[in-house]
Design a protein around this ligand. Structure first.
Ligand SMILES: [Fe+2]
Length: 145
């Protein structure tokens, strides 16, 4: 059962971004359920996947921000780095036997509601403007057509 649910306020207007963010929310839900069933192994496994995924997604977003000339790219990338370090630290603490579940879930909720809803939406117009070609529409989804 999903604890966190997607709503339209989280949509950025670019399908690929939304799919990435939805996947992060799915990881948050998987961690929530693993905690509920006291499955520490699953929490650790999902933390590994989440960390790997965020590194990959942020690399993609960072690259697009650079290419689109987004003026706050450096600040936004710093926020990505901080979040990745936090997740890595949660994973490390989990591996040493600490129960980080409450803090971790709270962190993920804040990330989804604040960063996705506010920060990521901020650079979408720059990305759309830079890549407003048919190629972009095909690659990033029909919403940009
Ligand atoms: Fe972001």
């Amino acid at each position: 059962m999903a604890h966190y649910n997607w709503d339209q306020q989280l949509d950025t207007g670019i399908d690929s971004f939304d799919l990435h963010h939805q996947r992060i929310m799915e990881y948050a839900n998987e961690i929530f359920n693993a905690v509920k069933f006291n499955d520490r192994e699953k929490v650790g496994y999902t933390l590994d996947l989440l960390l790997e995924y965020t590194v990959s997604v942020f690399s993609y977003e960072d690259n697009l921000m650079d290419q689109s000339g987004y003026p706050y790219a450096a600040e936004h990338k710093a926020v990505h780095r901080t979040f990745t370090h936090k997740i890595a630290r949660y994973r490390q603490r989990h591996q040493t036997g600490e129960d980080v579940s409450r803090q971790l879930l709270s962190e993920l909720k804040v990330w989804i509601t604040n960063h996705v809803r506010r920060d990521d939406r901020d650079y979408v117009p720059y990305v759309r403007k830079k890549f407003s070609t048919n190629w972009f529409s095909r690659f990033f989804g029909k919403k940009c057509a």
